[in-house]
Design a protein around this ligand. Sequence first.
Ligand SMILES: Cc1cc2nc3c(=O)[nH]c(=O)nc-3n(C[C@H](O)[C@H](O)[C@H](O)COP(=O)(O)O)c2cc1C
Length: 225
Amino acid sequence: MVTVTEALRQRISIREFQSRPVPQALLEELLDRARWSPSGGNLQPWKLIAVAGAERAAVMELARTVRAAPDAASEEGSDLVYPPNLWEPYRSRRYKVGEDMYELLGIPRTDRAARLAQVARNFEFFGAPVGIFFVIDRRMGRAQWAHLGMFMLSLALVAVERGLGTCMQEFWATLRDSLHRHFGLPDTDLVYCGMSLGFPDTTAPVNHLRSDRAAPADFASLRGF
Ligand SMILES: Cc1cc2nc3c(=O)[nH]c(=O)nc-3n(C[C@H](O)[C@H](O)[C@H](O)COP(=O)(O)O)c2cc1C
């Protein structure tokens, strides 16, 4: 069994998966473990929809249809992905992880078509057999969004424990309204983020991407020690 520290280090974003299915019982086990995440007031403000098989295929088809529509440029929830005009150090961090990924994939900056094709792999869950959509009640505030994030990480970590990989996917937010309609959700619900879940293809170069992290001294101010 991996330690928490090992699970944190081993969890990386997986962007190529084996076709091997994830049994329902295994997903249920992961959810049963992840639900012990904390939340303010124990609100547990997370909901999710997991799709496999025909339901997964239907979501992928929805993405194809919406993206192919003439007004596809109007992204539905992109405002919630990054703040506009990212500033330093965030701008450079985002740039670097992207460039490192495309280098591993052997896609140069000039090959815009290949880069777009890689981005579009988001809408195929990078080949993962399970897609997950995290849903939150839109009346919830920033605090509850943070708590949903804790749940998402818990799920990603218990997935590592069972040899599974994940990629969180805010990219699905660009189809937020379409997904909302597709799943027949009540007006109060909002689709925040997606996640691919499956067994990693360890032979795929893209899965060898090791992103950087700033040192504690760069983000932590320890006072009174
Ligand atoms: C909430 C969230 C949403 C993300 N959305 C996407 C996404 O849509 N597509 C993608 O390829 N990666 C996505 N990522 C992965 C990040 O790019 C990745 O976590 C970051 O670069 C650090 O790399 P690591 O996960 O391998 O440690 C997301 C990560 C998080 C936490």
